[in-house]
Design a protein around this ligand. Structure first.
Ligand SMILES: Cc1cc2nc3c(=O)[nH]c(=O)nc-3n(C[C@H](O)[C@H](O)[C@H](O)COP(=O)(O)O)c2cc1C
Length: 338
């Protein structure tokens, strides 16, 4: 199939504003969000997305301490005076990070948009509401989105089966998940998982979403702080080059297909349990992939969208290109059918 991206001229100038309920709710120009990404969601990337009119998000837990997070937020402020957010991923853990201290660092730094993910935002809602923080909760099912709406979040980001990282256990792709969410929610929501270009944004809007969230597309951008070898691998990989690990543990994660993810799936398929794969999936090994560019060193998150990503542009150009393409597609189709 011909790529809309490759057919389009390089995006150098910003597209006209594209307002939706989401852009109004969070105060950005375009309904394009760069979701939190462990190790990659740092200031340069988040600021580039925000500076272009999207919503960039710094990943709190990528910073080793809350004080480091404060410094990272300050670095982003030097790069843009436009709004950006911070992702707080809350997962059950034997030694949980000091979530309350990270939370405090976020509000003390004056950040007013937080992307929560991993588990219910309920324990944090009162604190964030008291400090005027808008919560964008990311979840993978309509029922969790409805619950988040009842808890008072400003908007929901709903991650379909296509997404990098944790797609949940329901296996519902965006084509059904997005309109189902549109039917069930009254607050603004953005579609996530499998989006990489303007065709995706146009489709998401048509399905009833108020914008899109992208991870893999921004992971493969110039400001993404990972090895060029990994970005190159993404541009060469197909949509078939991911694997779902931890299915048996009901903690499914979509990661790149490589010798390590193949081995993890094989061990768990043959009756193995978490301790049997613990060393293979160690965070330090995944970190080596991003830092050293050794794509076989460990497991690393990537989504099906890699099958339609063929270049490594600046993150700001991704934002303007996606918006411009979506506008062109919507205008063209309106001329044809309107
Ligand atoms: C390398 C990588 C790391 C990620 N880490 C996190 C994370 O720490 N917290 C989180 O909420 N989502 C994380 N995500 C998920 C993204 O925020 C986003 O929801 C997802 O990538 C959307 O699917 P897509 O990759 O198809 O665009 C990560 C994604 C990638 C690619």
């Amino acid at each position: 199939m011909t790529s809309v991206i490759s057919a389009a001229p390089p995006a150098t100038t910003a597209a006209p504003r594209l307002s939706t309920r989401f852009t109004e709710a969070v105060g950005v120009e375009y309904p394009v969000v760069q979701g939190g990404m462990m190790w990659a969601g740092r200031s340069a990337l988040a600021a580039a997305v925000s500076e272009a009119g999207g919503l960039g998000i710094i990943t709190a837990l990528t910073q080793p301490t809350p004080a480091d997070l404060v410094a990272e937020i300050e670095r982003a402020r030097k790069l843009t005076d436009r709004p950006f957010g911070v992702n707080l991923t809350i997962l059950p853990s034997i030694n949980p990070p000091p979530y309350d201290d990270y939370r405090r660092a976020i509000v003390d730094s004056g950040v007013t948009i937080v992307e929560t993910a991993g588990s219910s935002p309920e324990p944090h809602m009162e604190f964030f509401a008291a400090h005027g923080v808008k919560v964008l909760h990311k979840c993978t099912s309509v029922r969790h989105a409805v619950k988040a709406e009842a808890l008072g979040v400003t908007a929901v980001s709903i991650d379909g089966f296509e997404c990098a990282g944790h797609p949940g256990e329901d296996d519902i792709p965006g084509l059904v998940l997005i309109p189902a969410a549109a039917d069930a929610l009254t607050i603004p929501f953005i579609a996530s998982g499998g989006f990489a270009d303007g065709r995706g944004l146009a489709a998401a809007l048509a399905l009833g979403a108020d914008g899109i969230n992208m991870g893999t597309r921004f992971l493969c951008s110039r400001e993404s702080p990972i090895s060029d070898a990994v970005k190159k691998r993404i541009t060469e990989a197909s949509e078939r080059d991911t694997r779902l690990i931890f299915r048996q543990l009901r903690n499914t994660a979509r990661v790149a297909r490589n010798s390590v993810s193949d081995e993890v799936v094989r061990i768990l398929d043959h009756g193995g349990s978490f301790p049997d794969v613990q060393d293979l999936v160690a965070g330090a090994r995944g970190r080596r992939v991003f830092d050293d560019g050794d794509i076989e060193a460990g497991i690393w998150s990537v989504g099906l969208a890699q099958g339609i990503i063929r270049d490594i542009p600046p993150a700001g150009e991704i934002v303007t290109r996606v918006v411009r393409e979506a506008r062109e597609i919507l205008a063209r189709e309106l001329r044809r059918f309107g």
